[in-house]
Each structure stands twice: as C-alpha cells, then as structure tokens.
Design a protein around this ligand. Structure first.
Ligand code: PRT
Ligand code: ZN
Length: 293
C-alpha cells in the first residue's frame, strides 16, 4: 500500500469501540464522505482526503511509516507498538475511549503490592507495556501473551494474575478478579506521521488538526451569560468554572450592574448556578458551544 498522490489519509478503527467516536470527530471537523463499495476506504467528498478503515493494531505502523498522515488510536495500542524505530507523534488526546490497563488477581491470592507477583505468570494482551512496568518496579515475572479472553486465564490455571484493560470493571467482577495496580491510563489520541505530506497538502493537514482541536476543546464547554451588580463582579468571576477573563459590558440605564459573558471550559453544574445566584447574579443563561477556534 502506498499513499495516493494528491490526497491525505486518516487511519481509523474499522469496527470497534473507537469507530463511531472517530467518525463523529471527523464529521464535526467538517468532512463529508460517501460509503462506497470499498469497505476499507471512505472517500471524503469535500476535501482530498481518504479515511482508511483498519484494525486498531495496524494504525500506529501505518502512521509511523507515512502510509497515513493522521490516525486515531488508543494510547494503549500506541504504547504497545513502540519499538524504538520511527514512530507516530501524538498530536492531542481526544477525550474518548478512556480505559485503564490494570493488574488484577483472584481473591484467593495473598496480595501485598506488585512484589507479590514476583516469579508468577501474568496473562496479558500488552506484553511490552507490562514488561516495561515490571522492569521499572524491579519485578521478575513470566508474561503469557493472549490475544483475547485474558480474564479467563486464572480460572484455567494459565496464569496467576492478569493485566488487562478495564473501563466499567464489570468483566473483572464477572470473572471474580480484583483490580490492583494501574499500569497505564489510556484514551484515544490523534497521531501524526513523522513524514510530512506532499507540500500542497500541508495546509489542509494543519487545518484538519486545528479543527479537530477546536471540536475537542469545545466539548463540554459552555457559553455563560448573566447580569451582575458591579460590586459582585470579582466574586462571580471566581465562581465561573475555567472561564479565564470574561467579557464585561454595560447594561442600558443601569450604572450599578453589568452583563458578563464567559466561555466556561469545564462543566457548569446546577450547584454553580446556585452559587452565582447567591453571589448576586441574575438572568443566568448557559448555552452550548458548537464550534471553537
Ligand atoms: O478489531 P480491532 O483490533 O480493531 O479491535 P479490538 O478488539 O482490538 O479493540 P476494541 O474495539 O475492543 O477496543 C479499541 C480500543 O478501545 C482499545 O484499544 C482501548 O483503547 C479502548 N477501550 C476502552 C477498550 C475498553 N475501553 C475496554 N473496556 N478496549 C477494550 N476493553 C475491553 C477489555 O479488554 C475487557 O475485555 O473491555 C473489557 C473490560 O470492560 P469493562 O467495562 O467490563 O471493564
Ligand atoms: Zn485490536
């Protein structure tokens, strides 16, 4: 496979936990595509870009080798793929696909920290990440690599412990395993090739990255508008979550009060509104933000 002249390529997971959110992000960045007969490739209609739909495990290599210019993949997959050669650069975390790579043991094991695993067998789909963790901790243990169904390994006596991804914890619970140490915190990230695109496409690449950054940072952000007595301005600004410097405007016919507009980067809860009101704010409006740049 080689890159197609005149088109950028973005690698995304074909079908799995990251697929839908990856396409959402690409759509929110303004790209439109047609689902053609070709399942591997979606052609973007409004820009010279192709979406390459592959297994997540292949994404870091495709991006590192310059077969794709951008990719969306879990940090866990990226870390496991690290091999000392050329590698994809992380552009930004995307705020979805969050999970934790954890060590878990059966309740019958006497566990007093990771040292309890010394000399035992640990089953995982992430042998490289686990080996690095064990080396850092100075623990010698045997790693058994399994492609899936890692959680059944202790029951089958294949291993004494496991190291697997956890999100809700339901899988561990269903298999009677107890989560212990966190080996890695993970979420989906946007990655970029170390090989630049052909010069004519550089501007488009930068603009797609900037748009995606705008989509990610506007997620959860709110536009807050309120009226406030001038005397309460400092107190009210301090309550607004992640607002930076708000805009303060005069109110017609009122010398003692102003209008405050602010972009809040963090969630605005009912409790925040109650605090604002108690501090003297009135006519409080919280609006969603669609785009930000
Ligand atoms: O076919 P392909 O190779 O592309 O897909 P895949 O089967 O390798 O990956 P997929 O779709 O399962 O996951 C893609 C990415 O989603 C992972 O690489 C992680 O970055 C992220 N992610 C987020 C997760 C989870 N949460 C998750 N819970 N990946 C896997 N799991 C599994 C985990 O392995 C365990 O079996 O879900 C189970 C635990 O879930 P809980 O909710 O019971 O704790
Ligand atoms: Zn995979």
């Amino acid at each position: 496979m080689s890159t197609v002249q005149g088109r950028l390529r973005i690698a995304i997971q074909k079908s799995g936990r990251l697929s839908e959110r990856s396409l959402d992000l690409i759509r929110d960045a303004g790209l439109k595509w047609v689902k053609g007969a070709n399942d591997l490739l979606y052609k973007v209609e409004n820009y010279p870009i192709d979406l390459l739909r592959v297994r997540d495990d292949d994404i870091p290599t495709f991006v590192a080798d310059g077969v794709c210019d951008l990719g969306i993949v879990g940090e866990n997959v990226l870390e496991e793929d690290k091999n000392g050669g050329s590698h994809a650069e992380v552009v930004m975390p995307l705020g979805f696909g969050r999970c934790t790579l954890k060590l878990a043991v059966p309740p019958t094991m006497t566990y007093a920290g990771p040292r309890s695993l010394a000399g035992l067998r640990i089953a995982t789909s992430y042998p490289k990440i686990l080996q690095r963790y064990l080396d850092d901790q100075g623990i010698g243990a045997e790693i058994v690599t399994m492609r899936g169904a890692v959680e059944v390994a202790p029951r089958l006596k294949l291993a004494a412990a496991i190291c697997d991804l956890v999100s809700t914890g339901a899988t561990l619970e269903a298999n009677g395993l107890i989560a212990k140490e966190t080996v890695l915190q993970s979420q989906a990230v946007l990655i970029k090739s170390p090989t630049p695109p052909e010069p004519a496409l550089q501007h488009l690449l930068d603009s797609i990255v900037e748009r995606m950054a705008g989509v990610v940072s506007s997620q959860g952000a709110k536009y807050v508008m309120l009226n406030a007595p001038r005397s309460a301005l400092d107190a009210i600004t301090a309550i607004l979550p992640g607002a930076g410097a708000p805009t303060v405007m005069p109110l017609m016919g009122r010398d003692d009060a102003v209008a405050v507009h602010a972009v809040c980067q963090e969630a605005v809860f009912w409790e925040t509104l109650e605090k604002l009101k108690a501090a003297g704010a009135s006519a409080i409006l919280v609006l969603p933000i669609e785009k930000m740049m």
